[in-house]
Design a protein. Structure first.
Length: 180
């Protein structure tokens, strides 16, 4: 078995163990015991150095274990997204390697997507509009131009709420940074 595989297995086990509630309880107990023993050691420099050194070593080692786990998770997520792009009809396959683009290229791509999102024929906007209330609502009149009856008033109010939700959601989506 390769060294990288051994480290990977070790980091997975450590990440699972360190992420458990029992590890937190154990670490909290160590701090409580250290604090209780303070008066016995007259809060000496050695007493303080013990906890400082211990926490520094643990933190230093955990940085590498956490980074290894995050790198692996990010790579697995990227591969899953690549597979979804590959399987989606009409998707641009050149999007699968965008994590390797320069910052300027990512910025240009982000602007392109922002322009696409502003277009009224954008399929995402159309789906969102359909799911939130069938597009633009006709005002207080029904489709024949007659005023809405009392029975239709709750429907019109619900449609107005859905339209407001759609507008708020699409405004937020346009304002978000897609890639940072």
């Amino acid at each position: 078995m390769k060294t990288s595989d051994l480290f990977h297995q070790f980091s997975i086990k450590c990440a699972q163990a360190v992420g458990s509630s029992w590890t937190f309880v154990m670490a909290f107990a160590v701090i409580v015991v250290w604090a209780i023993t303070g008066p016995m050691f007259d809060y000496s420099d050695t007493w303080q150095l013990l906890i400082n050194t211990g926490t520094t070593i643990v933190t230093f080692l955990m940085v590498f274990l956490i980074q290894n786990a995050q790198n692996r998770d990010a790579e697995a997520t990227q591969l899953k997204l690549d597979e979804l792009i590959r399987a989606q009809k009409g998707a641009r396959n050149n999007m699968m390697d965008i994590e390797d683009l320069s910052d300027e290229a990512l910025s240009r791509l982000k602007q392109e997507f922002a322009r696409m999102g502003d277009h009224p024929d954008d399929p995402v906007r159309q789906r969102l509009r359909r799911s939130l209330g069938r597009g633009r609502i006709p005002g207080p009149q029904d489709q024949q131009g007659k005023p809405a009856s009392r029975d239709q008033a709750p429907v019109a109010a619900r449609a107005a709420r859905h339209q407001k939700q759609f507008d708020d959601c699409s405004r937020r989506l346009r304002g978000q940074q897609q890639w940072t």
